[in-house]
Ligand binder design. Sequence first.
Ligand SMILES: Nc1ncnc2c1ncn2[C@@H]1O[C@H](COP(=O)(O)OP(=O)(O)OP(=O)(O)O)[C@@H](O)[C@H]1O
Ligand SMILES: [Mg+2]
Length: 449
Amino acid sequence: MEYPKSRKLDELKPREIVRELDNYIIGQDQAKRTIAVAIRNRTRRKRLPEAIRDEVSPKNIIMIGPTGVGKTEIARRIARLSNAPFIKVEATKYTEVGYVGRDVESIIRDLMGVAVQQVKAELAEYQKEKVQARVEERLLDLILPPTAAPVGQDTHATTREKFRTMLRDGAFDDREVEINVASRKRVGIEVMGQPNMEELQEAMQSLGSIFGNGKGHNRKVSIRRAREIFTEEETEKAVDTDRAIDEAKDRVEQMGIVFIDEIDKVAKSGGASSGIDVSREGVQRDLLPIIEGTSVSTKWGIIDTTHILFIASGAFHVSKPSDLIPELQGRFPLRVELNELKSDDFYRILTEPTNAITMQYRELLATEGVTIEFEDGAIRRISEIAWQVNSTNDNIGARRLFTVMEKLLEELSFSADELSGQTITITAKYVDERLSEIMKNEDLTRFIL
Ligand SMILES: Nc1ncnc2c1ncn2[C@@H]1O[C@H](COP(=O)(O)OP(=O)(O)OP(=O)(O)O)[C@@H](O)[C@H]1O
Ligand SMILES: [Mg+2]
């Protein structure tokens, strides 16, 4: 079922969120439900009277499951569905404050950056017509400067209107004009609060570009390019940045979602603790205040993290959630496990999701004029093979399907341009022919599939 594009995540009911996720992710019902409830709870919270609202804290979630079973995919889909600011980070990218690397507060700065962009884009969309009108006037000024003498008997105004129609029809697209590109890249050096290395570097770079290029110069460009440049400029002008920042801050604080991947990799590895474990614990410790609720200063102002929802995920092969420091465990009250995928799940993954893998290949080859059809038996066979390889070698979950499919269609992909106009049916027999040799030899399997 399709929702109109404007349906926003905070209007979706849990059942609807799950249904949306079902379009892309097979199984993993428990994880979908838990996330749907957590997201819905935030909408509910927003409806509470202020006094209670501040008491309700988000119920952070840890998703536990082997590699390639859909953890990141669920998060990615939630992000697409939502108008809630969303960021996905890898826990391993961060280091304890004071060490070289990113500090965890940059997560919140990045999240805010995402939100500002998002709101600006929405405002720009809202102002689109106004912007387009302004751009058109500016282009017309270039083609027919207001001071230009009237052409023939037409008045200046009539010529302008004629040109306007031609401009809209693209008649001037390739004409060269000279524009001033001074104001093009607005360099913002607004490092406030605690600057981190990245922001400083950014600032240094923009300084460099100011001194390097000198201020504003004229450039010859096509009308087509000038339209792009003007649109950028006019959009920037039309969008009320202060308003965008206020709105973004509100969304981050009330609806923001941070997805922390690979959380297991900063857990103790078990056994004797080493230097690495100490620094990993440092990252966990740094995360505590942000998850609990703290103020992070960003260049857009101070962000309160109390109501940001955190979803952590990890395979937890070596370590267990209980290897995380207790304070951190306690801040993730919800645990969901994702299941290992079996042959039947693979079959469904190959066929059911919108943009299923078989469909992707069909479309790819269709661009060469080749029609491929997968017989049901073939898809069964592919699923079995993927599952078999997963159980004899490393279990890499649904990612195995990609390697198997690549190998299966290698020959076809290579010679597709020569097969234009043909229809090729992939049968179970074809699958066996292409893959059984490899399957028989365990060493080969290890390398190829
Ligand atoms: N349940 C599923 N339904 C549909 N597709 C899936 C499912 N699980 C995995 N996939 C596909 O497999 C690929 C890998 O999945 P994903 O990135 O979610 O793995 P993961 O669970 O995050 O693994 P890791 O622990 O290695 O990060 C994705 O492209 C996704 O489309
Ligand atoms: Mg992942």
